[in-house]
Design a binder for this molecule. Structure first.
Ligand code: SF4
Ligand code: F3S
Length: 111
């Protein structure tokens, strides 16, 4: 059991989640974060912290793609444990449908 980040995070990348994770298992891409499935201890603390509800238990419906994506990119991207300023246009991307097409495989800056 683990938690995963889904496409609601894309271009919002608010980073409230990284502040509360007790094991620092968030990894940063250019426009979203992911959770490392082998490091997450399933505490659930991050889920209510995300203002755009991008964090879900991996057993939630229709998240198979994001389970795979979190596993893949958490092994490639740098760790992030300190919140920075979110993107200036984060608010504009809240709740937009079909953000999957905007996913960037490029790494973020990390801590
Ligand atoms: Fe971190 Fe807990 Fe969220 Fe897993 S469920 S990512 S351990 S805060
Ligand atoms: Fe993304 Fe939500 Fe964290 S928008 S960076 S999962 S607080």
């Amino acid at each position: 059991m683990t938690y995963i980040v889904n496409d609601s995070c894309i271009r919002c990348k608010l980073m409230d989640c990284v502040e509360v994770c007790p094991v620092d298992c968030f990894y940063e891409g250019e426009n979203m974060l992911v959770i490392h499935p082998d490091e997450c201890i399933d505490c659930g603390v991050c889920e209510p912290e995300c203002p755009v509800e991008a964090i879900k238990p991996y057993t939630s419906p229709n998240l198979e793609k994001w389970v795979e994506l979190n596993a893949k990119y958490s092994a490639l991207w740098p760790n992030i444990s300190v919140k920075r300023e979110p993107p200036a246009d984060a608010k504009e991307w809240e709740g937009r449908p079909n953000k999957e097409a905007l996913f960037s495989p490029n790494p973020g800056q990390g801590d």
